[in-house]
Design a protein around this ligand. Structure first.
Ligand SMILES: Nc1nc2c(ncn2[C@@H]2O[C@H](COP(=O)(O)OP(=O)(O)OP(=O)(O)O)[C@@H](O)[C@H]2O)c(=O)[nH]1
Length: 614
């Protein structure tokens, strides 16, 4: 069975958890507020309208600070818990969880002190609530929020904005659709001028969540009464008005006991010629029961939507936490483990780019299939093997004695000169692949979700990977240049052995002797060299990619971060921690999310436990 106690107690516990975690429906609106979803009763009224007196007579105890000026400067969340008859009354503050107050004058002092702790003695106001629980056989289960009295003028020492500040604070409470408004107005003032009614009318025009309370009925001018208000003719609300007679100032001064005052109030209504017919619907005890019932029914109606709000929030927070990543371990071993895991995650993605599955690796093949052949085709062999140059090189090589048969030296010089040109495209291919790999490192870092939160580690991995790629590039360049040099250092003899035969086959040996120093002769030399160079070009077109893949691509796959791993293995805990340095804003957000999550989970457990009891 869901008892009134369990429902109001449930909301009490969730409210306290909210305050502990800084959720009191104010400020930080990056999270949906659970506080705002919880039904509550807020007490509003102008200064001296009798708010404190009403609260005290509901509780049956003197415990609120009194004085001139604005005494209530922070919201007071007053949670009343009914205990068994005969048990001792006591009070507890949320901010002093271990202390039980049995002396209520000390409660009053603590409210004052705790107000000052947050607001300073400057008489400022603060929206951070004070939570006070009272356990007593003389109360009904109820939660009331006492708010600063609405005022029209700032008193000395208070900032001019205080009038507006108070109104704004009160408004943030009463405008929430879950707030039951206890609007207190004194009977000895025209109801049309009541601050409480004015505000309530604005935020709750239909009057469905406003309870009108009329205090100071005993102070009305002789011969007048408040029946027009109490019977709903002056100002109509959905709920009936409740008239109250609190202790007068003289009673307070004489220390009239609250329980005695309650009895006197009952007698007042029972014997009043004006209000006798309403006696069983008047007075602070009746008001307390009425509110308790109303609060309970509002809570009952709201439980399903609170539950769904909680579940939705938990889901959102958990997915945000997943996105933000879990908090990092503090010990060096675990940190090293985390770093290695992150490096591996990056490495996996990098390899996927090379092996396919992710785009980018194909660009390396593009270098081999397009760029390299195109660069080879563009080499200026036409110029180098032009008739003019061939003649020049061959003649120079012969010195003062022109060659008799084949210009051996001339051939060698022309070939060497040509083969040198291959260095350019070979090195350019190495560079082109290097840039592709570098770009893939950059991309892979960006794509490693797990690394998102660690900008420092990202930078370190990028630096280490690029450094490794530079080393591979150097190695690769040495290798391809060596391939070219190898071609120059030993020519394929076969090719030339075949040449004279071809010449002989081509025609008359007599002509060939005549031709020796003619254009045709040099043209033939040029074309022979050109075919040889073409053959070498074919070979290099195949071997350069092999060298590049071997030195750069394969190495990148096998050992991109190897050097980095040995380096971090030697680092101290502090340095490891620095590598896992997160964006502070992100850390802050995670902490907030974790706190909220804790709150919502606690609230869910509370609701579950009440539902089980049902
Ligand atoms: N005779 C009589 N006096 C009352 C009644 N209600 C309040 N008072 C007196 O009115 C004065 C103001 O009452 P409070 O309860 O302090 O009013 P408040 O709205 O809490 O005032 P602030 O906190 O200063 O805004 C006190 O002297 C009370 O004794 C009442 O019903 N009858």
């Amino acid at each position: 069975m869901t008892t009134m106690e369990s429902l109001i107690g449930l909301v009490n516990r969730i409210q306290r958890a909210c305050t502990v975690l800084g959720d009191y429906g104010d400020g930080d609106n990056t999270f949906s507020s659970l506080w705002e979803a919880l039904p509550s009763v807020a007490v509003v009224g102008g200064q001296s309208s009798g708010k404190s007196s009403v609260l005290e007579s509901i509780v049956g105890r003197d415990f609120l600070p009194r004085g001139s000026g604005i005494v209530t400067r922070r919201p007071l969340v007053l949670q009343l818990h009914k205990t068994e008859d005969g048990s001792q009354e006591y009070a507890e503050f949320l901010h002093l969880p271990k202390r039980r107050f049995t002396d209520f004058s000390m409660v009053r002092k603590e409210i004052q002190d705790e107000t000052d702790r947050v607001t300073g003695r400057t008489k400022q106001i603060s929206p951070i609530p004070i939570h006070l629980s009272i356990y007593s056989p003389n109360v009904v289960n109820l939660t009331l929020i006492d708010l600063p009295g609405l005022t029209k003028v700032a008193v000395e020492g208070q900032p001019d904005t205080i009038v507006q500040d108070i109104e704004t604070m009160v408004r943030t409470y009463v405008e929430k659709p879950n707030c039951i408004i206890l609007a207190i107005s004194p009977a000895n003032q025209d109801i049309a001028t009541s601050d409480a009614i004015k505000l309530a009318r604005e935020v709750d025009p239909t009057g469905e969540r406003t309870f009108g309370v009329l205090t100071k009925l005993d102070l009305m001018d002789k011969g007048t009464n408040a029946l027009d208000v109490l019977e709903g003719r002056s100002y109509r609300l959905q709920h009936p008005w409740v008239g109250i007679v609190n202790r007068s100032q003289a009673d307070i001064n004489r220390n009239v006991d609250m329980i005695v005052a309650r009895r006197k109030e009952r007698e007042y209504f029972a014997t009043s010629p004006d209000y006798g017919h309403l006696a069983n619907k008047m007075g602070s005890e009746y008001l307390a029961k009425l509110l308790s019932k109303q609060l309970e029914s509002v809570i009952r109606a709201r439980i399903p939507s609170i539950t769904s709000l909680i579940n939705k929030s938990i889901e959102e927070l958990e997915s945000e936490m997943d996105h933000l990543g879990r908090p990092i371990a503090v010990d060096a071993g675990a940190q090293l483990y985390t770093i290695l895991e992150l490096c591996r995650a990056f490495d996996r993605i990098f390899k996927e780019h090379l092996d396919g599955g992710r785009p980018g690796g194909d660009r390396i093949y593009g270098v081999f299939d397009n760029q390299l052949p195109a660069a080879l085709r563009k080499l200026p062999f036409d110029r180098h093997l032009s008739l003019q140059n061939v003649r020049k090189v061959v003649s120079e090589a012969d010195g003062y004695q022109p060659h008799l048969i084949a210009p051996e030296q001339g051939y060698r010089r022309l070939i060497e000169g040509s083969l040198n040109y291959f260095r350019g495209p070979s090195e350019a291919s190495v560079d082109a692949v290097h840039f592709v790999l570098k770009e893939l490192v950059r991309k892979s870092i960006g794509e490693t979700q797990e690394l998102r939160r660690f900008p420092t580690l990202q930078a370190e991995i990028a630096a280490a990977a690029n450094e490794a790629l530079e080393r591979f590039r150097d190695e690769s360049k040495k290798t391809v240049v060596r391939l070219v040099d190898m071609e120059s250092s030993y020519l394929t003899v076969e090719f030339f052995r075949r040449l004279p035969q071809e010449v002989e086959k081509a025609g008359n040996p007599a002509t060939s002797t005549v031709d020796r120093y003619t254009e045709g002769h040099f043209r033939r030399i040029g074309s022979n060299v050109s075919s040889y160079v073409g053959m070498v070009s074919e070979t290099l077109r195949n071997t350069i990619p092999k060298a590049i893949v071997y030195c750069q691509v394969r190495e990148a796959k096998l050992s991109l971060l190897n050097h980095f791993y040995t380096q971090i293995g030697k680092r101290e805990g502090k340095q490891l921690g620095q590598m896992l340095d997160e964006d502070p804003a992100l850390m802050e957000r995670r902490q907030q999310c974790a706190k909220r999550l804790e709150l919502y989970k606690a609230a869910r457990d509370e609701i579950d436990s009440v539902s089980w009891a049902r």
